[in-house]
Design a protein around this ligand. Structure first.
Ligand SMILES: Nc1ncnc2c1ncn2[C@@H]1O[C@H](COP(=O)(O)OP(=O)(O)OP(=O)(O)O)[C@@H](O)[C@H]1O
Ligand SMILES: O=C(O)C1=C[C@@H](O)[C@@H](O)[C@H](O)C1
Ligand SMILES: [Mg+2]
Length: 172
């Protein structure tokens, strides 16, 4: 069995989908953001504030490599930016993993992010217009990296169950 890696923009549903997929498949789920927080003993927000983004990206790369190297089988939910730094996008193509890009529109992302944006340092202080413009530009820049995933699943207008079923079909 290969490790399953879920990726996509902040709020596309990586953590939610991975948790549900984990329950069905009995493969343990690891959220890369949470692994980083445990290792640093700080929240992601605090790591950005205290040490800056470059330090965070280094930790993120090291932790991603460490999880991929582990002999245990996992579903790994990446951070929204993980594929876009430190050549992590090339790791998505390893043949010992299955990588899935959860692809969401700007509208879907806005609607999902607006409720708990304070936890996400990149958008915490933005109003609606700023957030939509930021997501549009950011998604455009990041799509190049996200598209290195081996599989793409559209999540717009889908329930958690729909998306989990789409991934199960890929694994079948
Ligand atoms: N159909 C759906 N599929 C997945 N998540 C959904 C869906 N509908 C609503 N949500 C909500 O969208 C929000 C964002 O989901 P989640 O935190 O899993 O995203 P994420 O991709 O892990 O974000 P981040 O990169 O910031 O960790 C959650 O509050 C989740 O409950
Ligand atoms: O999109 C991003 O760059 C990020 C997404 C989150 O998952 C966290 O990894 C962090 O807030 C950075
Ligand atoms: Mg998450």
């Amino acid at each position: 069995m290969k490790k399953i890696v879920l990726l996509g923009y902040m709020g596309c549903g990586k953590s939610t989908i991975a948790q549900n997929l984990s329950k069905i498949t009995n493969i343990p789920f690891l959220d890369l953001d949470i692994c980083i927080e445990k290792r640093a003993n700080l929240s992601i927000k605090e790591i950005f504030e205290k040490h800056g983004e470059i330090y965070f990206r280094k930790l993120e790369h090291e932790m991603f490599l460490e999880l991929l190297q582990s002999s245990e089988n996992y579903i790994i939910g990446l951070g929204g930016g993980t594929p876009c730094y430190a050549n992590n996008h090339l790791l998505l193509q390893r043949d010992d993993i299955i990588s899935v890009y959860l692809k969401a529109s700007i509208e879907t992302l806005y609607n999902r992010l607006v409720h708990n944006k304070s936890k996400r340092p990149l958008i915490a202080d933005m109003n609606e217009e700023e957030m939509k413009e930021f997501i549009a530009k950011h998604l455009f820049d990041r799509s190049f990296y996200y598209n290195h995933a081996q599989h793409k699943v559209s999540v717009d207008h889908k329930t958690v169950e729909d998306t989990v079923n789409d991934i199960l079909a890929i694994l079948a």
